[in-house]
Write a new protein. Structure first.
Length: 117
């Protein structure tokens, strides 16, 4: 699995020195174009895998083979989630804690529990 470049995220967006910000009341993240391209590339591969599983089902492929492909898709999605989580921890969470916002810890725990299901 390729490693997603996790840059010094606090300087990713030339117009902002922070990772997370609020835009019209909505929280947003700043990801560099390199990070976005990597994530989109991974998701495009997952999308192709899902289309492949659909084709396998349409072709009445043996169930175990289909299940193996589904496991590969889940693993690939978990990889995307791990990379996003790593970037989030190294930037947004650190930034909010430094600002004194400890509510981010509870938010993070909920997110991690969701990812571990």
């Amino acid at each position: 699995m390729e490693n997603l470049p996790i840059e010094p995220i606090l300087n990713q967006d030339p117009e902002s020195s922070e990772c997370c910000h609020v835009d019209n009341g909505e929280r947003k993240s700043h990801h560099s174009e390199t990070v976005k391209k990597s994530l989109i590339s991974r998701l495009n591969r997952v999308e192709g895998q899902v289309r492949g599983v659909k084709r396998l089902i349409e072709e009445d492929t043996y169930c175990d083979d289909v299940l193996t492909q589904i496991a590969a898709i889940q693993s690939a999605l978990n990889g995307v989630g791990k990379l996003l989580l790593e970037g989030h921890l190294k930037s947004c969470v650190v930034e909010r804690i430094q600002e004194g916002d400890t509510d981010v810890i509870d938010e993070l725990l909920v997110t991690v529990k969701r990812l571990m299901k």
